[in-house]
Design a protein around this ligand. Structure first.
Ligand code: ATR
Length: 284
């Protein structure tokens, strides 16, 4: 972990990804590639915050001249509470993955949702409009992408989760807000999915890094369906299941990772980097 807050660099704006664990984060590689591509002079490191010391870590970073940070597991909720100002999408997500440090305040944003949408719509070329969408999971990752998915006007959004009560709570929140009346939003337990088909199936559970198989019916994928796992770095059991049971396109979350990073970079530097070369670099 290159924890550099003791040595300010003259004239170079500093950013970091803060998490625990953080040593495997690809964010420094991605942001350095963006910086090189756009001619921005920045330094981007990894900062390991103690599990009980996120606020203190952010405080030290501000004092030593950091301009912003990405926030990863398990601090996205804490970052949400720490920020003095929230973007609308951070407010909707109930979580923050991007911090901007001003002299007076900490601004919290969330670029995860837009990252997912850009990867699916622009990179994979699949529109959400009028599609039947299944979102699997009802934890932080699922909540973070819920509003951005609804904003794309799908015909139907089903949230399926092992613990049905959490999916029901997400649906109730959407209904109470009353913003998305044009989409039918429902919560299901895995067993209730039998006989239904979806055009876009997104795995937002945390099972991707284990060998746990989600109990999905085999005929869940409609003709031409996309199966998208928000995890990256390996072929997950969900991706394998999707390939064997008729998904036309299967993707991991590497593109989402690069897109959310690009949006954070844009928030900090006001320049939008090209993501395709960086995706290619990561895949290689
Ligand atoms: P994250 O921030 O990654 O979303 P989280 O908030 O802990 O992490 O949520 C984890 C998600 O993965 C939840 O939807 C969880 O289901 P429960 O709400 O029922 O716990 C889901 N999950 C984790 N392990 C799972 C498993 N073995 N089978 C099915 N779902 C699982």
């Amino acid at each position: 972990v290159s924890d550099k807050y003791a040595e300010p660099l003259n004239g170079v704006d500093r950013y970091a990804v803060v998490g625990n664990p953080v040593e495997h984060s690809k964010s420094p590689l991605i942001h350095h590639a963006f910086a090189l591509q756009t001619g921005q002079d920045i330094e981007y490191s990894r900062v390991l915050a103690p599990l009980d010391g996120f606020a203190m870590t952010v405080q030290s970073m501000r004092e030593t001249g950091f301009k912003g940070a990405n926030v990863t597991v398990p601090f996205k909720l804490e970052a949400f509470h720490l920020a003095n100002h929230l973007s609308e999408r951070a407010h909707d997500a109930g979580a923050v993955n991007t911090l901007l440090f001003n002299t007076e305040s900490i601004v919290g944003d969330n670029t995860d949702g837009v990252g997912l949408i850009r990867d699916i719509e622009q990179n994979l070329g699949i529109s959400f409009e009028q599609k039947k969408v299944l979102l699997i999971g009802a934890g932080g990752a699922a909540e973070g992408v819920l509003h951005p998915v609804l904003e794309q006007h799908p015909q139907l959004l089903v949230i399926a989760n092992r613990s049905l009560d959490k999916a029901l709570k997400m649906v109730k929140k959407v209904e109470d807000q009353g913003e998305y009346r044009f989409v039918s939003v429902n919560a299901y337990a895995f067993d209730d999915l039998k006989g239904q088909q979806f055009d876009i199936v997104i795995n937002a559970t945390s099972v991707g890094l284990t060998d746990t198989k989600l109990p999905l019916p085999r005929d869940i994928f409609a003709e031409g369906a996309l199966a998208y796992d928000m995890m990256y770095g390996r072929e997950t059991p969900f991706m394998d299941f999707a390939r064997r049971h008729g998904a036309a396109k299967v993707s991991d979350g590497m593109g989402m990772l690069v897109e959310q990073a690009a949006e954070s970079f844009f928030r900090w530097r006001n320049i939008r980097p090209l993501t395709a070369p960086v995706r290619a670099q990561l895949r290689a």
